[in-house]
Design a protein around this ligand. Structure first.
Ligand SMILES: Cc1cc2nc3c(=O)[nH]c(=O)nc-3n(C[C@H](O)[C@H](O)[C@H](O)COP(=O)(O)OP(=O)(O)OC[C@H]3O[C@@H](n4cnc5c(N)ncnc54)[C@H](O)[C@@H]3O)c2cc1C
Length: 394
């Protein structure tokens, strides 16, 4: 079923069917999927693609925990299952390399209580993930290839759904795909500044006015204020940014090794043996792109967790600001009171695993074709209700 009032006819002859604001992982996937569906696309960004939160190097694709199953978890699960084929298609179309691998994940268990909870989760995983992916609670000696891992006195969870990819590899592949598709224009150095919903036009930061059939706001953390303003709800805060810092180590580690996750610390071996370590979660910060002692602490914990990286030299540090919607879940779908305007943001810590499916939802709505359902808790209305302090609907 299509989105009400497509407005495409109002766009005028030169108007793209879809104007996308933001060339991060969300906007790039949306542009690719829309172009594949035959829509003309204009993608604008004031900076280079991947200059926002998508410009990091972690690339962890980890499922939510399998208990208390809900629409969000089901959406993410299917996204993670499908991404392997999505990446394979993108690679075969473009010749690009995304360094995707479903390596699984280890979660060291440091308490008996944690182990008991993990055993319950393994039952839930069997029920909710089906038979293809495992969630096993092992005794300490099974570390699935990691030569050494400290602090796992109560064993290790080994799940086989998690994967990783190279964020710059994926963004490069999406850009390569867009470069050869007809009806796609990428305009860098300009931001969407103002939206005139009645006219179906936007004013860009270079002073020009552009018409659109539909407009998708995929501009990361900056989307929340724009969405609120466009919906006439400028008094509401629909989301915020959570800063994260990460480091890259030159460890020469085996690319087969599963991800390791322990209490906020991620360790991810990439295809070239580099190991990405993250991340801080900072609600308050002055400088969105600086790194500091909080990252030192994360790296220290990671080295302790995985002695194989104990002495690996750091080769890069990076920080970015993740978009987190007020209702915590991603924000996806029509913006109320603004015909033709769509939201696609709020992927917070999981955007790389779900952006392709978020794009499928919007493209299905745009083309009036079958596509995945948008969970109720992703809808802009749901987030607006949360921001207004009203009970949410999903
Ligand atoms: C340290 C760290 C580690 C992370 N690790 C992972 C991970 O392992 N796995 C995972 O899935 N996710 C991870 N994330 C989260 C993930 O990176 C983000 O959720 C994701 O990048 C958000 O993508 P986006 O496209 O929504 O936003 P962004 O990537 O922020 O893109 C928004 C774009 O919009 C542009 N823009 C801004 N304003 C305008 C405007 N007015 N008009 C047009 N364009 C505009 C910006 O220039 C930017 O290019 C991590 C984040 C951080 C910070």
């Amino acid at each position: 079923m299509g989105f009400a009032d497509s407005g495409v006819a109002r766009g005028g002859q030169a108007a793209p069917d879809l104007l996308v604001a933001g060339a991060g992982v969300a906007g790039l996937w949306l542009a690719v999927k829309a172009a594949r569906a035959g829509l003309s696309v204009l993608l604008v960004d004031p900076l280079n693609p991947g200059s926002g939160a998508s410009g990091g190097f972690l690339g962890a694709l980890m499922p939510h925990s399998p208990e208390r199953w809900n629409g969000k978890k089901a959406f993410q699960f299917q996204s993670l299952v499908d991404l392997e084929d999505e990446v394979a298609r993108l690679e075969s179309e473009t010749g690009a390399f995304c360094a995707y691998r479903r390596v699984g994940r280890l979660l060291p268990l440091s308490t008996e209580r944690g182990r008991a909870a993990a055993i319950e989760q393994s039952t839930e995983a069997r029920a909710n993930w089906g038979g293809r992916y495992r969630f096993d609670v092992n005794h300490a000696p099974d570390r699935s290839g990691w030569p050494d891992m400290l602090r796992a006195p109560h064993g290790v969870v080994h799940e086989t759904l998690s994967a990783r990819l190279s964020p710059p590899g994926l963004l490069g592949a999406l850009l390569s795909s867009l470069a050869v598709m007809p009806g796609v224009e990428l305009r860098l150095g300009v931001a969407v500044v103002d939206i005139a919903t009645a006219e179906h036009t936007v004013r860009l930061s270079d002073g020009s006015t552009v018409s659109y059939g539909h407009l998708a706001l995929a501009n990361g953390v900056d989307a929340f204020a724009l969405i609120a303003r466009t919906a006439g709800l400028q008094a509401l805060s629909l989301g915020d940014g959570v800063k994260g810092q990460a480091a890259l180590l030159d460890a020469g580690a085996s690319p087969d090794l599963p991800l390791v996750y322990d209490d906020g610390v991620y360790v991810i071996v990439h295809e070239n043996g580099h190991v990405a370590v993250g991340s801080t979660s900072e609600n308050e910060f002055d400088d969105p792109v600086s790194t500091d002692a909080q990252l030192d602490e994360i790296v220290k914990r990671a080295r302790k967790l995985c002695p194989v990286i104990k002495h690996a030299p750091e080769i890069r540090r990076w920080a970015g600001v993740r978009p987190r919607a007020i209702g915590r879940d991603p924000m996806l779908g029509p913006v109320p009171g603004a015909a033709g305007v769509l939201a696609m943001t709020g992927g917070f810590k999981i955007s790389f695993g779900i952006a392709h499916r978020m794009a499928d939802c919007l493209v299905a709505g745009l083309t009036g074709t079958e596509g995945p359902e948008i969970p109720l808790s992703f809808s802009v209305e749901h987030h607006v209700a949360r921001a207004a302090g009203k009970p949410a609907n999903g």
